[in-house]
Design a protein around this ligand. Structure first.
Ligand code: GLU
Length: 488
């Protein structure tokens, strides 16, 4: 019978079944690039081994967690295409579970009630610092007998529950990325498990949940390495096998400091706004801290990423976020995606920009996207510089007008050209080109001047695909109309 997340089970890795991993964001901010990379690595691992990805919202910090941030995280995960198999579970719904684990630790004397007031602790910490000692909890309440502690507690005295850290020896774990990690116990203070309001701390809730949810692999940011010994101690005190820890390196900005807003957008949803293809973003993120086997191209796609991904190729060195590289990935994906696959993504851009596509014939629409995709750097381009292909409601680049349409005679010749196109029978690329060149010769102007002017009239831009291909994409009626009625 499968265990429910609330039964205290043996981790599935030990039971020899498929991995169960989790992404456990705290909703104190949006889903940022670092969080998304952690989520992605968990997702890739789960998909590679056909395991289970659990989404757990660590919202016990009531002051800093908000429902908007939860929504932002879910939206970010959905946009990134990181589907999860169980959850979202909210830690605020599971507080009784954490209290139960704290009670177990109290009963086995791995934890104790501490009655020291906040004020006393502050004074003692300040004193320790002044005397050059580390400002750790000094163990005042560690030796209060459990009977006396229980009496004081039931008498209404405020108390926190602290973990009784072994005073000597060391605590170690084998990290799948960083290898053996060991901390001297003397360096670790008796940390708090339950606050005086009975609310759990991060260490308690994370371990309780990882046990109850039968997590086999904890894949998370390397900033959590220093938290891990405390968590290992809790596993050991409970006598429960530990999951495998895999800490992934940090992501830095180009100046080698930790990635932050100073380096540009850090919220994942900002990249949706910028017209990045989710799969391109996944590919880019995957390579921040994970190395594909030698000889593998950088453009991998989901299927290959999933089949190649494993923990042993995660690097120990910090990764550097390179925005230009992300744009390169995006451009490559736009170029290589079939138009059918691009269309729904482009439609989202149109919806955002309030554009109503006027190409109703699907084949023509796909052909137009096919024509344009080598020129797009972002999905957004289809709603900005390339919008004239899809709607008559477009604006013209004033610089392009000033450069190519300032000469009134060019405008006049373009009107004549439109009249010839209107009456011609052969609306084909060579046919249109011939009519244009013949007219240029007749009028004694350079064909290039007409080509450039017509390009601006038809697309609003000075740069576009081959003019005659543009005409084919627009069709005869729109070509004629735009050449005749240059509004600028
Ligand atoms: N909630 C923690 C965070 O957002 C993650 C805890 C964990 O993965 O163990 O940093």
């Amino acid at each position: 019978m499968p265990l429910s997340p609330d039964s205290l089970g043996v981790p599935a890795s030990i039971a020899g079944s498929r991995p169960r991993v989790r992404f456990a964001p705290s909703p104190t901010g949006y889903l940022h690039v670092g969080g998304a990379r952690t989520a992605l690595f968990n997702w890739l691992y789960a998909r590679h081994y056909r395991g289970t990805l659990i989404l757990r919202i660590e919202d016990t910090d009531a002051e800093r967690s908000t429902p908007e941030m939860v929504e932002g995280i879910l939206q970010g995960m959905r946009w990134l295409g990181l589907n999860w198999d169980e959850g979202p579970f909210f830690q605020t719904d599971r507080v009784e579970t954490y209290r139960g684990v704290a009670a177990t630790l109290l009963a086995s004397e791995h934890a104790y009630y501490c009655f020291c007031s906040k004020e006393d602790l502050e004074i003692r910490r300040a004193q320790a610092t002044a005397e050059g000692r580390p400002p750790r909890y000094d163990g005042t309440c560690r030796n209060i007998s459990s009977e006396e502690a229980a009496r004081r507690k039931s008498g209404g005295e405020a108390a926190v529950v602290r973990f009784k850290v072994p005073q000597s020896g060391s605590t170690a774990f084998d990290d799948a990325v960083f290898g053996r990690v060991e901390f001297a116990n003397a360096e670790v203070e008796d940390f708090v498990l339950l606050r005086s309001d009975n609310g759990p701390t991060y260490h308690l809730s994370v371990v309780a949940d990882d046990i109850k949810m039968r997590i086999t692999h904890v894949i998370r940011g390397a900033d959590h390495i220093s938290n891990t010994p405390k968590q290992v101690m809790i596993y050991e005190a409970l006598g429960v096998p530990m999951p495998i820890f895999a800490h992934v390196p940090l992501i830095l900005g180009p100046d080698k400091t930790r990635l932050s807003k100073r380096h540009g957008a850090t919220s994942v949803l900002a990249y949706r706004e910028e017209g990045i293809i989710p799969e391109a973003f996944r590919n880019f993120l995957a390579l921040l801290g994970w190395t594909a086997p030698e000889g593998t191209p950088e453009i991998l796609g989901d299927e290959r990423l999933i089949s190649l991904f494993d923990l042993n190729a995660i690097s120990r060195s910090d990764a550097v976020f390179d925005r230009a590289k992300l744009d390169w990935f995006n451009t490559e994906y736009i170029r290589s995606y079939p138009s059918e696959k691009l269309l729904p993504l482009i439609e989202e851009e149109w919806a955002k920009a309030g554009i109503k596509n006027q190409i109703h014939d699907r084949q023509s629409l796909l052909a137009t996207i096919e024509l344009l995709k080598p020129r797009a750097r972002s999905l957004k381009d289809f709603a900005t510089s390339l919008r004239a292909f899809f709607t008559d409601d477009f604006e013209t680049d004033p610089a392009a007008t000033a450069k190519f349409l300032k000469d009134e005679s060019v405008r006049q010749i373009l009107i004549e050209l439109a009249q010839r196109y209107e009456t011609c029978d052969d609306f084909s690329e060579p046919g249109m080109e011939k009519l244009l060149r013949d007219l240029a010769a007749e009028k004694n102007v350079k064909a290039g001047a007409l080509i450039n002017g017509a390009r601006v009239a038809l697309t609003g831009q000075g740069v576009a695909p081959s003019l005659f291909a543009v005409m084919m994409a627009l069709g005869k009626d729109r070509t004629v109309k735009r050449l005749k009625e240059i509004p600028f």
